[in-house]
Design a binder for this molecule. Structure first.
Ligand code: CP
Ligand code: NVA
Length: 312
């Protein structure tokens, strides 16, 4: 198979998404069966921003598959100073089998993917977070919900990597998504995503609503999702104004009460109690945030196996 990358959820077709999720579930059930699946393979992990889950799950995942992972902080590298992204990609491809990178600019990831001879995985750019969303779909399925039939309601900052890939997932898989934010460009999903997802939904049977009306978004939702108001790339100086603007979109018990009775609450984490959700919600019975976090491990393994052309 030609080299494939995962830069955004819509790099995969619906059958590929479903296949990777099923694979991850089999790995989760029987991890020992995959103990040598990536023996002698090396993953390069390039980080320009902090991480807990992504770093740990990729590194532990690679170890459990019999391979090796190298953590490389971009601030310790010549990249962007003495060395171009393309030279970095071409050099790294001579040593490692697969690369994952967490960057600010999405265009840096595209450049890396263009020049690397090995698969490149987006481990979070300002624009997208595909590994997170594949994991989220797996987690939703595990809670007994059919991902083709759900309504997912997202609240808060929608000009956001996680929101963008949740929207792409709705378009690729074909489910209903309502994203709810202040009616201001800085909080709204990027136009390109809106247009792409509108087209995907008309092909695949999904539905996209962008609204400022919390009730409209929450009504009938199977999944209530929120993410940080202060993403890694947002300057601290914007905090006060953002909190003020986003507070009406906080997920609290009232919002959960507008969704279906059996709705689950999700947050990719890290989370701030009292900001994008209340403690009552994230620490309450409907919250599945730590199952989400765990599933990062299983899905990363399936993503790497798939991109390395392994057969289950
Ligand atoms: N959800 C997620 O990607 O978390 P980290 O920033 O800790 O990797
Ligand atoms: N939107 C968040 C996601 C963190 C996993 C951020 O970019 O910081």
């Amino acid at each position: 198979m030609a080299k494939r990358n995962l830069l955004s959820v819509n790099d995969f077709s619906k059958p590929e998404v479903l296949h990777i999720i099923e694979w991850a579930k089999r790995i989760k059930k029987n991890p020992n069966a995959y103990a040598t699946a990536l023996k002698d393979k090396t993953l390069l992990m390039l980080f320009e921003k902090p991480s807990l889950r992504t770093r740990l799950s990729f590194e532990v995942g690679m170890t459990q598959l019999g391979g090796h992972a190298i953590f490389y902080s971009i601030k310790d590298s010549p990249l962007g100073k003495k060395e171009s992204i393309s030279d970095t990609a071409r050099t790294a491809s001579r040593y490692v089998d697969i690369i994952m990178a967490r960057t600010f600019a999405h265009s840096d990831l595209e450049e890396l993917a263009k020049h690397a001879d090995v698969p490149v995985i987006n481990a979070l750019s300002n624009f997208a977070h595909p590994c997170q969303i594949l994991c989220d779909l797996m987690t939703i399925q595990e809670k007994g919900k059919s991902i083709e039939k759900i309504k997912l309601a997202y609240f808060g900052d929608c000009n956001n990597n996680v929101t963008h890939d949740l929207m792409y997932a709705a378009g690729v898989v074909g489910f209903e998504i309502a994203v709810c934010c202040p009616p201001e460009e800085q909080f709204e999903p990027q136009r390109k995503v809106f247009d792409d997802v509108t087209e995907l939904c008309s092909k695949n049977g999904g539905k996209l609503v962008v609204t400022g009306d919390v009730k409209e978004a929450a009504k009938g939702a199977d999944v209530v999702y929120t993410d940080s108001w202060m993403s890694y790339h947002i300057p601290e100086s914007e905090k006060e104004a953002r909190v003020k603007a986003l507070l009406p979109y906080q997920v609290n018990s009232k919002v959960m009460g507008m969704a279906k009775k059996d709705a689950v609450f999700m947050n990719c984490l890290p989370a701030m109690r009292g900001f994008e959700q209340t403690a009552e919600v994230i620490d309450g019975p409907q919250s599945i945030v730590f199952d989400q976090a765990e599933n990062r491990l299983h899905i990363q393994k399936a993503i790497m196996l798939y991109l390395l052309g392994k057969k289950d």
